[in-house]
Design a protein around this ligand. Structure first.
Ligand code: DQA
Length: 145
């Protein structure tokens, strides 16, 4: 089973970016933890991709068809704006879980609406880096059934 873990804009700055909201762990730290955790499931392979550009994220999702069984995505700011990313997820029809480090429902009003979540099987928000691990668990169980 192949899973694509996609991170959107500014998540490459994790570690120094608003640490009071996003913590001090870097994206590389999170990716290492996901990789480590993925070993507890048999036959799960992970690939990572981060981009600050909406079109690149759309291209990556389009190219995931036939290659990946599932996607874990933190679309970051594009969560709240990107019909293009939401449409790409729908177009490839790959089960996708949306992750947010912070609790987007407990922040500014504009963060409470997720356009991309409309195309996802579920969303995990507010548990920091552990959200990615929970997302992987839920996605693997979903795909196994
Ligand atoms: C985020 C929440 C978004 O509102 C924000 O734009 C981000 C990160 C999160 O992981 O909490 O960049 O997706």
């Amino acid at each position: 089973m192949k899973i694509l873990v996609l991170n959107g804009p500014n998540l490459n700055l994790l570690g120094t970016r608003e640490p009071e909201i996003y913590g001090t762990v870097t994206l590389l730290d999170i990716e290492k933890e996901i990789l480590e955790y993925s070993k507890s499931f048999s036959g799960v392979e992970i690939e990572f991709f981060q981009s600050n550009h909406e079109g690149e994220i759309v291209d990556k999702i389009q190219s995931a068809k036939e290659l990946y069984n599932g996607i874990i995505i933190n679309p970051a700011a594009y969560t709240h704006t990107s019909v293009a990313i939401a449409d790409a997820i729908k177009a490839v029809n790959i089960p996708t879980v949306e992750i947010h480090l912070s609790n987007i429902n407990a922040r500014e009003d504009f963060r409470k609406k997720s356009i991309t979540a409309l195309s996802c099987i579920g969303q995990i928000s507010g548990f920091g880096k552990n959200g990615y691990l929970a997302g992987l668990f839920c996605l693997v169980k979903y795909l196994e059934n």
